[in-house]
Design a protein around this ligand. Sequence first.
Ligand SMILES: [Zn+2]
Ligand SMILES: [Zn+2]
Length: 332
Amino acid sequence: MRAAVITALNSAWEFQDLPDPQPGHGQVVVRIKACGMCFSDVLVHRGHWPVELPIVPGHEPVGEVVALGPGCSTLRVGDRVGVAWMQRGEGRCVHCQSWHPVACEHTQTWMNLGGGYADLMLAWESGCTLLPDGLGYTDAAVAFCAGFTSMSGLRNADPRPGERVCVLGVGGLGHMAVQLAAAVGLETVVLTTSPDKAEYAKELGAAEGIVVSGDPGKALADAGGADVVLATTTSADLVAQVVSGLRYGGRLVTMGVTGPLRVEDMMTLLFKQCSIKGSTHNNRSDLVEVLNLMAAGKVRPRVETYPFSEINDVLKRVEAGQVRYRAVLQPD
Ligand SMILES: [Zn+2]
Ligand SMILES: [Zn+2]
């Protein structure tokens, strides 16, 4: 099979011919139809993630099951599936025993078996999620990281009917978060530094797009504040400042910051009794919810599609923040 391989950090990914994967016990082989690219791929490329090289990246893959290893009991050859980042736990810890393997310290991911920028991908059967009928591959791919992350962020904020949600940052995650919050009936506003994205957010279902030039917390407070902020930006400064825009009992959920978060507005945090929570892929039901909202036509990712052969150019576009709003690669 042909695959894109990271052989050295901060260097162009190499195309290589690798042996076709053979499924072991409980594993399947997926013929890849599409695989989205995420800022985490840039972080892997830069070495922020502890991966052993060489490795095939790609953690937003979807495709068709073409082979089943011994012991597989739910999937069938021909099934349309996607594979999330965390595929299974080791099975015996308290999290696995509670049916919550994403919290397991020994999860199996694309880093163990190889990712989706390849003709074929090996995956654990238990890590595959069926795609609803009628949902196209390029849209479905986006559910497996951007959609899953955004929906878990929203569910982690535990929004109640009538609450107001603010999405901070409109990129791959943010453009999904806006649509998901609006699709479940919540008034949703957007904070962005880009006037064109503020305008576009309304097409995604936002009631208002707020352009920020200075302090995002003040801009949000001036616009009425929010009960929930879904922070999808990688800027720790913007996330720390947006605290001032929280209403009483507000929850700030951050999904994109990897550096230190230094909150200065402790008065809002204390006296409005707000909380800050980190979030990533959580319950698998969040992913299924996204897929079903997509299949129902209530949420539609905005994708740029590229052939695998252009993967290094796509990586540069993602790194430079030029993608509107998710880049999805497909085998040539
Ligand atoms: Zn991702
Ligand atoms: Zn475990």
